[in-house]
Design a protein around this ligand. Structure first.
Ligand SMILES: [Zn+2]
Length: 313
């Protein structure tokens, strides 16, 4: 049973917005474009695993939860969680081209591309061990203890793993169902009701987790972001407020709801409640009353809006 599906992560929506709102020639453009590309590749890899799992029938009682952001003794993110009455499996999915070598001391992943370019990354093995510890702490804080098995999945078999980590299994998506089937049957820790309660608790905790706003992450002064409502049709930023709608002077599109996207972007970029003044400045509205109406219309409890739309996935 899949309880929590994967959606476009808010980080991708936020980074796309940030890129479009940077001043021309900003020194950060390159870094943000590269982070966005890596995130899109990561999402593609995770979707590849989802696809394999969705084609397979798992006979035992279990739950799949995708893309969970949680907090215990630190914040952590689980790409896929397989939860059963006896144990949990956490998956870290990677989608990287080239030849990959896991070094252990210090923990690093070395990638060599076909053109010979060599680059070092933080080790996914160390990362998933950290997630294992933090998830164990998360369960412990709720009076629970489940064995947690970490697994690293490389999304495509074209990835060459020259030296895998010694202590964590590394799989391609097609071998995941068989791996789960062959895990040793251990004794039952949770009954059906407890498994459901734990699933619900995981989903609620996920919804309560709010990531760091992007201006803070990249250290960009808020004033330097381009303001205005974005036209969905042509991407022009700076639609004009007209009677009950927004008008794009570039492509003549009218869109009564265009401000909603701008408000979502404000939340992802700046991460806090929008004041009337900020609303007028960011959306290019002259009248105080218009801003008040828009703010009221959009239920300005951001935290709730955030949960409801699940934009942070
Ligand atoms: Zn337009």
């Amino acid at each position: 049973m899949i309880y929590k599906k994967r959606r476009q992560p808010s980080e991708i929506i936020g980074l796309t917005a940030l890129l479009s709102r940077l001043k021309p020639n900003s020194l950060l453009s390159k870094e943000i474009s590269s982070d966005l590309a890596a995130m899109r590749a990561g999402l593609g890899g995770e979707e590849r695993l989802d696809e394999v799992l969705s084609r397979h029938a798992f006979p035992n009682e279990h739950v799949f939860l995708h893309d969970l952001s949680l907090k215990s003794t630190g914040t952590f993110q689980i790409d896929t969680l397989y939860l059963t009455p006896s144990y949990a499996v956490i998956f870290e999915v990677k989608n990287m081209a080239g030849t990959l070598t896991f070094n252990e001391n210090p923990p690093q992943l070395i990638r060599i591309l076909e053109n010979g370019q060599k680059r070092a990354f933080g080790s996914p093995a160390a990362q998933i061990e950290r997630n294992q510890d933090l998830f164990s702490d998360w369960l412990h804080a709720r009076g629970l203890a489940l064995p947690i098995y970490p697994v690293i999945v490389f999304a495509y078999p074209k990835q060459i793993i020259e030296k895998p980590p010694s202590n964590i299994p590394v799989l391609f998506p097609n071998s995941v169902p068989g791996f789960l089937r062959r895990l040793p049957k251990s004794h039952t820790i949770l009954n059906s009701n407890e498994l459901s309660a734990l699933t619900k608790e995981l989903m609620d905790s996920h919804a309560g987790y709010i990531p760091k706003p992007l201006y803070e992450k990249y250290n960009i002064p808020i004033d330097e972001l381009k303001t205005g409502v974005t036209c969905k049709n042509c991407g022009h930023i700076g639609m004009k407020r007209a009677l009950r709608t927004w008008h794009c002077k570039k492509c003549s599109t009218n869109d009564g709801f265009a401000h909603e996207q701008a408000i979502t972007e404000w939340f992802l970029l700046v991460g806090r409640k929008m004041t009337n003044r900020e609303c007028r400045r960011f959306l290019h509205i002259d009248k105080l009353q218009t801003a008040t109406r828009i703010l009221n219309m959009n239920v300005f409890d951001f935290r709730r809006q955030f949960k409801k739309s699940n934009i942070h996935n």
